[in-house]
Ligand binder design. Structure first.
Ligand code: ARG
Length: 459
């Protein structure tokens, strides 16, 4: 610390150090920080800004420090402000004065901008992989239960029967879009900020393209002031993660409902259930509930980051240090949620009979009866009216539609024939044989397409 405070007459106050330090959380950026420093040192040597032997010595020191950090032997000194200072100061201890040459042509402003981009890239890759695993679990469940029927709902009211696989594959679509959004975000953030210096660039003859290649960036930033203060990609990443959590929370909600004794459409595996400390009979869906609940903090982190950036003047301001904890928390939360949900979905038991019984109640075939009348020549509005009267009559008699006789049907319209009695759940599902519909043929095709997409899941 002392070597960056030479213009001061006294050390920073204890509380001030506590307030300004980022070491307790940015320590997790050490792999990215060291990767960046090694690439920078190699470039300095290649350009003749430092000698080859100095470059080697610095790289050797950095590798040794990474081993200390990997094995937990590294001693963090709380008086050092951040991970950059902690590593540099250890480099001095190991390698002596040559350590002082590493920071040539670089500032902590472009260094942290680099570390966070490297971290975000790693983070997006991990999230995409975790989404793929969850998608696998969804597709496998859909496949294993391909003929299971459940009542499809709108307004949480029985609407039309659908295949359970069709319902599950709706989530596959959501998670596919999440992956696309993550990839878009990755593409936009794939820019090397290093070489921007504190804000204005550097007077040293550095080779930014070389560093970009070394670190796997596809391009370099075009404006040094923007590069050290841009956190747009983080806001995008927060949004990507928020939408993933929103999707998980929808799935969570359905899982919670389905596992109630009122629905009893599914049973969660014991490994994914928790008990009650007082009620011995309880089997609670806490995993799903926590997924639903953790969505709140991920949304909060998005708003937090937007608020940090609002009205921030160019270029680097220390406010930007507040970009880290929220992003780390969001990344950890989303990744673990995806992993746990994969297991929960993969292991849940589907109770096909319960779903079917539920689908048989509640006049869920009324649309099919109306469509039947349209096929017999009535307008849809007439058909809708007649079927509404019929349902009203059946409800009054406490009968389901399959308990209505042909004579009763004919009291509502002479257009009803014997074949109206053939309207069943399967009839209804098979009738919807258009692309995107719920017929067995369409869902089987959708399942095949989903599997094909999962074949090349990597980036
Ligand atoms: N800990 C700082 C951050 O996270 C690193 C950059 C420090 N730059 C500075 N000018 N103090 O943003």
């Amino acid at each position: 610390m002392s070597h960056i405070r030479s213009r001061f007459n006294k050390p920073a106050g204890k509380k001030v150090i506590e307030y300004t330090t980022s070491l307790p959380f940015d320590c997790r950026l050490y792999p990215q920080d060291i990767r960046g420093s090694i690439a920078h040192a190699r470039m300095l040597a290649k350009q003749g800004i430092i000698s080859n032997s100095e470059g080697h010595s610095i790289e050797e020191g950095l590798i040794a420090i990474r081993e200390e950090l990997d094995s937990g032997k590294f001693v963090f000194k709380p008086e050092l402000e951040d991970i950059h200072m902690a590593i540099e100061s250890r480099l001095f201890e190991i390698k002596g004065d040559v350590a002082g040459k590493l920071h040539t042509g670089r500032s902590r402003n472009d260094q942290i901008a680099l570390d966070m981009r490297l971290f975000s890239k790693d983070c997006i890759r991990a999230i995409i992989e975790a989404i793929c695993n969850l998608e696998h679990a969804i597709v496998d469940q859909a496949d294993a239960n391909i003929e299971v029927i459940l009542p499809g709902c709108t307004h949480l009211q029985h609407a039309q029967p659908v295949l359970f696989a069709h319902h599950l594959l709706a989530y596959f679509e959501m998670f596919e879009r999440d992956k696309q959004r993550a990839k878009d975000c990755l593409n936009r953030l794939d820019v090397l900020p290093l070489g921007s210096g504190a804000l204005a660039g550097t007077g040293f003859n550095i080779d930014r393209e070389y560093v970009a290649r070394e670190l796997g960036f596809s391009r370099i930033s075009a404006n040094s002031m923007d590069a050290v203060s841009d956190r747009d990609y983080m806001i995008e990443l927060h949004s990507v993660c928020s939408i993933i959590m929103m999707h998980l929370s929808r799935l969570a909600e359905e899982i919670i409902l389905w596992s109630t004794s009122e629905y009893a459409f599914i049973e969660l595996d014991d490994e994914y259930s928790t008990g009650s400390s007082i009620m011995p009979q309880k089997k609670n869906p806490d995993v799903a509930e926590l997924g639903r609940g953790k969505t709140g903090r991920v949304f909060g982190n998005l708003i937090g980051m937007l608020t940090v950036m609002k009205s921030l003047p160019l270029s680097y301001n220390r406010d930007l240090q507040e970009d880290k904890e929220g992003l780390f928390d969001t990344f950890d939360t989303v990744l673990l949620s995806l992993e746990v949900f994969s297991g929960m979905v993969a292991t849940l038991q589907v109770k096909a009979d319960r779903m079917k019984d539920a689908a048989l109640s509640g006049y869920i075939l009324a649309t099919d009866v109306a469509d039947y009348l349209v096929a017999k020549g009535l307008s849809f509005r007439q058909a809708h009216h007649i079927t509404g009267r019929l349902v009203n009559y059946a409800a009054g008699k406490a009968k389901q539609l399959d308990e209505i006789t042909l004579d009763e049907y004919r009291q509502f319209s002479p257009a009803f024939d014997e074949d109206v009695l053939a309207i069943t759940l399967n009839y209804s599902i098979e009738a919807r044989n258009i692309p995107g519909g719920t017929s067995l043929q369409q869902v089987t095709r959708a399942l095949k397409q989903a599997r094909a997409l999962l074949e090349n899941c990597e980036l």
